[in-house]
Design a protein around this ligand. Structure first.
Ligand SMILES: Cc1cc2nc3c(=O)[nH]c(=O)nc-3n(C[C@H](O)[C@H](O)[C@H](O)COP(=O)(O)OP(=O)(O)OC[C@H]3O[C@@H](n4cnc5c(N)ncnc54)[C@H](O)[C@@H]3O)c2cc1C
Length: 441
């Protein structure tokens, strides 16, 4: 195997509203000199941290090293919208195969939810866990048929849900913007950055986490992998690439998975008067019935988050002026829903890199006997990253599980066209979706 060069590299900024509210966390040392271990993991998001924790538990005498380019847990794992979901909106799928496929997808998502739930309960993790379900909503009467088809599907699967409209919907959300919403019971809302921090805190003693240590190159050297950062190297017989949106930067799965940059803004906590002006609703999380429609949350501490932008972005970060442009789009989304609020209530705006495939398939692969790669969770990475990370630890330990069999039975990401056709194609698709969802964002 030739030496692989990592490019581009991630770079932290301190813009994320979920992280800004947390106490400062002292960072771990960066990697220095030559290290040897049993299992090396690149990337300290939910996937890498879960893999490290589980491998260290399964192999208490083993030495595990995680190498993170920036501050651990502050990539997409801290920057996401905090929806831990079992069911996902599907349009139709009422044929027998469609229903069966959806059932399997649901089973996988549910396993991810259960995996996170078990950790949260076992370690008493404080991540603002809220089991009150999630809403799928539309502001366009013509799109209500989609919610009706989803309701029929959930009915078939006997999954608890309810369709709301009119005053009942207004009372629940505090906005007249939506014409109809479908509430499902299984969704959990949480504070993603708190969850990521907790995954760092619960690492066993036989795991060493190096931060601010970007992996520049990696290669196979005899039976081992050699992973190099600016000031150090790690040699190990097994390597897990847990870099998600940076998978193609690592030279992996370039023809199957690609990065997408999402941006979101969050308000400061609403004052009593502002909160009363929107009717004092309980916390909620809402996803649009349309692919490019807005994801909106009202949190327990009365903050509103809006994410209605997604794009193919050539760099890994956005400058303040680039973020400001996206923030204006988020502000328009806020004003449409809550005209009584001043758009200046937003006090943070951030971008995050996620990973998607052409058919929503995920990556869970053993590329050679001890080279593992996991990621590309499309919209659903909180549960799946935790589950896939843990199951990668079983794979690296040479153990087979029912969950591995379930993951391996899922469709793999389909081949993508070469660059630059891929980027143009994705841009066109996002543009088309944005036009369809123009009244939903
Ligand atoms: C704005 C946004 C909203 C989202 N909303 C949701 C949601 O509501 N629900 C949901 O389930 N999912 C959501 N997702 C997706 C979810 O956040 C991801 O699927 C999940 O965080 C993936 O975890 P991970 O550990 O695989 O990747 P990441 O959290 O991205 O971690 C990968 C890590 O690898 C590191 N890395 C990359 N390159 C290198 C290198 N060369 N050297 C060392 N380290 C490197 C990165 O710095 C990063 O910390 C959202 C994503 C975004 C961006």
């Amino acid at each position: 195997m030739k030496t692989k060069i990592f490019a581009p590299l991630p770079g932290n900024d301190q813009t994320c509203g979920w992280t800004q509210g947390l106490p400062l966390r002292p960072t771990n040392a960066s990697l220095q000199g030559e290290q040897v271990c049993d299992f090396v993991i690149v990337g300290a998001g939910y996937t890498g941290l879960s893999a490290a924790r589980k491998f260290a538990q399964l192999n208490p005498n083993a030495k595990v090293i995680i190498i993170e380019a920036q501050r651990a847990g502050e990539g997409a794992s801290a920057r996401n919208s905090g929806y831990l979901v079992d069911s996902t909106l599907n349009d139709g799928h009422m044929s027998d195969t469609g229903l069966q496929q959806y059932r399997e997808k649901y089973r996988l998502n549910k396993a991810g939810v259960d995996c996170v739930r078990e950790l949260v309960n076992h370690h008493q993790i404080d991540c603002d866990w809220d089991e009150s379900g999630k809403f799928h909503a539309t502001a366009v009467p013509a799109h209500e048929a989609k919610l009706q088809r989803f309701s029929d599907l959930l009915q078939e699967l006997e999954l608890e849900h309810r369709v709301l409209s009119g005053d009942q919907l207004y009372q629940r959300l505090g906005t007249h913007y939506y014409t109809q919403a479908l509430w499902t019971a299984g969704g959990i809302m949480l504070q993603p950055a708190k969850l990521a921090r907790a995954y760092i805190d619960i690492l066993p003693a036989n795991v060493t986490l190096y931060e601010n240590s970007p992996v520049l190159t990696w290669q196979k050297q005899g039976p081992d992998f050699l992973v190099s950062t600016p000031m150090g190297q790690v040699k190990a017989p097994a390597l897990l690439m847990a870099v998600n949106g940076f998978m193609s930067s690592a030279g992996l799965k370039r023809k199957r998975a690609f990065p997408l940059t999402l941006t979101a803004s969050m308000t400061r906590p609403l004052s009593d008067a502002e909160y009363a002006a929107i009717g004092n609703p309980k916390a909620w999380g809402l996803l649009s019935a349309q692919a490019m429609g807005a994801t909106v949350r009202l949190t327990e501490d009365r903050r509103i988050m809006v994410r209605n932008t997604a794009e193919v972005w050539p760099a890994m970060n956005m400058s303040q002026s680039q973020l400001l442009k996206r923030k204006r789009v988020h502000q328009r989304g806020l004003k449409r829903r809550f005209p009584q609020l001043d758009a200046s209530v937003f006090d943070s705006c951030w971008s995050g890199v996620t990973c998607v495939s052409g058919n929503n398939g995920q990556v869970f692969d053993q590329l050679d006997s001890k080279l593992l790669v996991a990621g590309c969770y499309n919209g659903g990475g909180i549960g799946l990253a935790t589950l896939f990370g843990e199951q990668m630890a079983y794979m690296a330990s040479g153990q087979m599980t029912d969950a591995i069999a379930m993951i391996q039975a899922r469709p793999k990401p389909t081949p993508l066209p070469p660059q630059p056709i891929l980027s143009w194609g994705v841009r066109l698709r996002l543009m088309r979706d944005a036009i369809i969802a123009r009244k939903e964002n």
